[in-house]
Design a protein around this ligand. Structure first.
Ligand SMILES: *[C@@H]1O[C@H](CO)[C@@H](O)[C@H](O)[C@H]1NC(C)=O
Ligand SMILES: *[C@@H]1O[C@H](CO)[C@@H](O)[C@H](O)[C@H]1NC(C)=O
Length: 321
């Protein structure tokens, strides 16, 4: 069902002429290159920023995403193997090696074939909201709201039209703000700043380095998808994200039983936070790796009490200086 819908949108999008309230829905084309910076504003004391760069080639059924200026490189190749393969070249630090460059791979399956990953949200379901100033030029703001259980997510995409109101759109900024209607709080937020958008890519950029043996991603298997294709979780606007779906396995593994629905919602939001923080930090290729452990559903204040002030996020910041 979803696959069919996605194909339908692509066709409409290619024509770039689907007016919604008199506005043309932005379309970024079948091929592009763009740089971005992901911000997790509530991670640690001053937030985390993670730069990335994306080459997207829909007709070639492939894309490449680099994180941290090429420290971590991912190649999503639809034509490899039976259902596509994601290759990731990344430095890994273990007990015996420091920042050894390794290759991991994740094969697609019949149910979940590997598709090129876009750096931009699919604008299906977005509506024009308003015009707004973006550092001196007018931007269109497009908005979508999703609701699942107590979680109400608002997505906004800011785009510029450098050559007039009907000209191709250039992405500027993307924001997700999650509101929990039971907790009445905004705890979940992330942003992406886009730059250097162009409709061109070089075809040799998509070839993963040969002569490397690629292994399976480290356990647990339910995290493989997020390790292999981290951007998917941020760009997707489906009401229940992949990271959310990992809360179930976490509760099972550490035998969590919460007292109330409210506590459940709270713990889930801390978990999501920790999860994103840990994975984003690991992609920075630091000299050590953090893991999701049984503290993942605790708040930073609780962690501080338990460890006598020694908060993990502070160590991370020191290391990145
Ligand atoms: C990114 O990498 C390129 C090539 O390796 C290098 O020239 C450039 O200075 C790097 N930029 C940053 C911000 O580290
Ligand atoms: C892209 O690759 C996937 C995975 O192999 C495959 O299922 C899909 O049909 C391919 N799409 C196109 C348009 O070739």
């Amino acid at each position: 069902m979803w696959r069919l819908l996605a194909g339908f949108v692509l066709l409409l999008c290619a024509a770039d002429a689907t007016p919604v309230g008199g506005r043309t829905v932005p379309c970024f084309g079948k091929m592009y290159h763009v740089k971005g910076e992901l911000s997790l504003p509530f991670s640690g004391d001053s937030g985390i920023k993670e730069p990335f760069e994306v080459w997207y080639d829909l007709e070639g059924n492939r894309s490449r995403i680099d994180y941290h200026n090429g420290t971590v490189r991912t190649f999503l190749i639809g034509k490899d193997s039976d259902y596509g393969v994601i290759y990731q070249i990344t430095p890994v630090t273990t007990e015996t090696e420091i920042q050894a460059v390794k290759c991991f791979q994740l094969k697609g399956t019949k149910e979940d074939p590997i598709r090129p990953q876009s750096a931009l949200p699919d604008l299906q379901g977005f509506e024009f909201e308003k015009m707004e100033d973006c550092a001196g030029v007018q931007c269109e703001v497009w908005k979508k709201v999703t609701q699942a259980g107590h979680k109400k997510n608002t997505y906004r995409l800011w785009v510029k039209r450098p050559e007039g109101s009907d000209s191709p759109a250039v992405p500027y900024h993307f924001e997700m703000e999650g509101f929990n209607t039971l907790l009445e709080s905004h705890k979940d937020k992330y942003m992406i700043d886009y730059s250097d958008f162009s409709s061109q890519t070089e075809s040799d950029i998509f070839t993963p380095p040969g002569a490397m043996t690629c292994h399976e991603f480290p356990d647990p298997p339910e995290e493989h998808q997020i390790l292999a294709n981290p951007l998917q979780d941020y760009v997707s606007t489906s009401p229940v994200s992949h990271a959310h779906r990992l809360f179930g396995p976490f509760k099972e593994k550490f035998q969590r039983k919460y007292e109330s629905e409210k506590e459940h919602e709270e713990r889930e939001s801390y978990f999501l936070h920790t999860f994103r923080h840990v994975h984003s930090t690991n992609r920075a290729g630091l000299t050590y790796s953090l893991g999701i452990n049984h503290f993942a559903d605790r708040s930073e204040a609780e962690m501080a009490r338990m460890t006598g002030g020694l908060i993990i996020p502070d160590q991370i910041k020191d290391d990145t200086k």
